[in-house]
Design a protein around this ligand. Structure first.
Ligand SMILES: Cc1cc2nc3c(=O)[nH]c(=O)nc-3n(C[C@H](O)[C@H](O)[C@H](O)COP(=O)(O)OP(=O)(O)OC[C@H]3O[C@@H](n4cnc5c(N)ncnc54)[C@H](O)[C@@H]3O)c2cc1C
Length: 97
């Protein structure tokens, strides 16, 4: 099993939200409002804080970088990288203390 397939299997087992490794999603998340283009490893759309914790834990275990994303309106490529993008804009828009 490749490292990417292993990561996908682990994320799908623990994350209740969306886990996306498909090419179309990675292409869509390869940019923000800047000119930067970096194809991410995958995109996770968490449903809860537990999904974020699980994603970070699985990535940390494999030395895979993570990158948080909100609206993706950054102008200097802050949300573009070869990483697992965690997109909070769909379900985690409120402050959670
Ligand atoms: C047309 C236009 C006009 C703009 N005008 C302004 C302006 O007047 N003033 C201004 O300041 N900016 C402006 N911006 C830039 C941008 O909109 C702001 O920087 C905005 O705050 C980014 O919010 P976002 O949710 O899109 O963040 P994103 O672009 O998704 O992320 C911004 C940074 O925050 C981090 N991040 C996102 N979510 C989280 C999270 N949950 N936890 C931890 N880190 C997180 C990301 O990793 C990234 O580093 C403009 C952009 C555009 C396209």
């Amino acid at each position: 099993m490749t490292a990417e397939a292993d990561l996908e299997r682990a994320l799908r087992a623990r994350v209740k939200g969306e886990v996306r490794f498909d090419t179309a999603t990675r292409a869509a998340y390869s940019t923000d409002a800047s000119n930067y283009r970096q194809v991410p490893i995958a995109v996770v759309v968490p449903r809860s804080l537990d999904d974020v914790i699980a994603t970070v834990a699985e990535c940390r275990e494999r030395d895979v970088p993570v990158l948080k994303r909100g609206g993706g309106t950054s102008l200097a490529g802050q949300t573009c990288n070869v990483a697992v993008i965690i997109d909070s804009s769909k379900h985690l828009r409120g402050l959670q203390l």
